[in-house]
Design a protein around this ligand. Structure first.
Ligand SMILES: N[C@@H](CCC(=O)N[C@@H](CS)C(=O)NCC(=O)O)C(=O)O
Length: 277
């Protein structure tokens, strides 16, 4: 995973650190968002439950975001009152902080990047309802990705295969071990296919994303899981039945935030190890 040059930190932003592991899908969601917003951060590579993570998150889970609004090295510190360091864990809390604080700073810096939520249009009731529903759809997919999709694909298929491979199990054994979970995997991919289809029907050529006409948190929560899925033999089998999702994965993997966060992910490590794809 690339670490943008810390000298890119600005006085308005201070210093951002993400503690986590590149193989962690929740970590990748957050680092992809920061890359998209062109906000420089330092990546602190530590596995879940390590002492470095537990020092910030009693649950030991990654990612953790640390924001020092007034870094000691800031050459032009104007405030005499040092702002407290902000430590956040649970990607959803980090997401809110990025939306409410960091995204605003990114736009203040003149970064030409889109927001990660559809804008709320409150000029008239109909527009308000429509745009509020779109924003709620982003939250709906984020919630589904964090629970149902993560469990069905990451916990029941990807992690099972990875751990059996580590124990030198043969393909037949792995096939039997994940067989039952394949049906659940297909169900969640069908669900995701339905979201993209619905968005394409609503937005035509612009419906290439999960919600609305641009990249949103919905895409950033689903993508790391599907990137992992695509890198194991079960992935192409499942994705061949959901062509819209398969195309969306291709579009996402070609985008800058996915490329910037690829190193040391599950797909990267499998490729380097020559593991079954
Ligand atoms: N609800 C948490 C979930 C974070 C999470 O489960 N992270 C995984 C890595 S993707 C982890 O730390 N796993 C270690 C464990 O479950 O013990 C969030 O949204 O941040």
């Amino acid at each position: 995973m690339t670490t943008p040059d810390v000298r890119g930190s600005s006085e308005e932003l201070g210093m951002l650190e993400v503690y986590g592991a590149p193989f962690s899908t929740f970590t990748r969601t957050i680092t992809m968002a920061l890359h998209h917003l062109q906000l420089p951060f330092v990546f602190r590579h530590h596995p879940p439950h390590s002492s470095e993570i537990k020092a910030h998150n009693p649950l030991g889970l990654v990612p953790v975001l640390v924001h020092r609004p007034n870094p000691l090295f800031s050459p032009k510190q104007t405030s005499h009152v040092a702002l407290p360091q902000i430590v956040l864990y649970e990607s959803n809390a980090i997401r809110r902080y990025i939306d409410d604080a960091l995204s605003t700073i990114a736009h203040g810096k003149g970064n030409k990047v889109s927001e990660l939520n559809p804008a709320l249009d409150s000029r008239e009731p109909q527009a308000l309802l429509k745009t509020a529903a779109l924003r709620a759809s982003v939250d709906q997919i984020v919630s589904i990705a964090s629970t149902t999709v993560f469990t069905a694909l990451e916990a029941r298929i990807i992690k099972v295969r990875q751990s059996l491979e580590q124990n030198k199990a043969d393909e037949a054994t792995i096939g039997v071990a994940v067989e039952e979970a394949m049906e659940g995997g297909q169900l969640v991919l069908d669900l995701l296919e339905g979201f993209i289809k619905e968005n394409q029907q609503a937005n035509g050529a612009h419906g290439d994303w999960f919600v609305g006409d641009d990249l949103s948190w919905a895409d950033l929560y689903v993508y790391p899981i599907l990137a992992d899925l695509k890198s194991i033999p079960e992935g192409p089998k499942l994705l061949s039945k959901t062509p819209l999702v398969a195309k969306w994965v291709e579009r996402m993997e070609a985008a800058a935030p996915a490329k910037a966060t690829y190193a040391h992910t599950v797909p990267d490590m499998r490729k380097k190890q020559g593991a079954a794809q």
